[in-house]
Design a protein. Sequence first.
Length: 376
Amino acid sequence: MIHKHSILMSFIFASLIGHFFVSSNANAQRIQTESEVKLVARGLNFPWGMTFMPNGNMLVTERVGKLRIVSPDGQVSEPVKGVPKVFAMQQGGLLDVEIDPKFASNQIIYLSYAEPEGAKAGTAVARAKLIDGKLEDLQVIFRQEPKTVGAQHFGSRLVFAPDGNLFITLGDRGNHIEEAQNLSNHIGKLIRIRPDGSIPKDNPFVKHNKAKPEIWSYGHRHIQGAALNPETGELWIHEHGPRGGDEINIPKPGKNYGWPKANYGVHYSMVPIKDEHAEQGFEEPIFYWTPSIAPSGMLFYSGSLFPGWRNNLFIGALVGTHVARLVVDGNKIAGEEQLLKNTLRFRDVEQGPDGAIYLLTDENDGKILKIVPKAE
């Protein structure tokens, strides 16, 4: 086992106070909450996703293809057995993890990962029972089609909707950006399926004979964050732009979000992209970053430890090396604050059963951190 660490991370995180705030709403109030960051565990190999089980333990994926169980006091298990083989290269590997809404009775978990097929790969989702540290009865319930060469832009977050359906976020696979506009494949799409992999009858393209019926929305670049708004029950997502143009969207069924024909950034080649979304028949993002922060992970906070932050949106930043706190006003972003500015690459953000905000750091000595109120 990897030994536990529960010491205070005083070297750079002695206190957490908002460093930066901008507001598009004159009535938005800056929240002055002193907090501190504690180290829960370390020694993880590029952790990517995490979720909490009813007993308080965390399931944490490592991109190299390992799944760990981490106790509340930071004990990290040996790798869970039975994890499917993954394409562990660059951005590929074992990605997100989620538990079934009925986990307490069925012990089923879901994994998203880059699935290899010779020199090609594509995002896949599998479900299995977690029994005594081993995955049993593993079944692949979704495969991105087609598999392609390349090791970029796999997505992928897993979110259960209130109706029990499962959202799967995908990417454009890097070298296939034009396919994000093609409804006959899964590249650059948001997917909605039932937990057993079947297709909900009310999906927007079920009766479209040239479209994949799993598709919920399209024209996406690389979706690495997804969360349900607790006030509306709607799914919110964010996706990476190229040079600038990271977006937050509220994806509606059947809608086109414009990639690669509309974005508020420019291509890596410096070729410009049209800013206009609506004029081209696309949906406008509700918020965007230029320059890019490379967002990853997404949380609507609903806990009691930070009542002033309730319903705020928290997003990890990889290139930005901070955690973004966004003030939500209906379907708009009213303000932004950068927490832990210029510190680490943050891969995931989750809320724990204790009301703390948990973070995964993107590094070969990956850490689980938690933000808690500062002790008096």
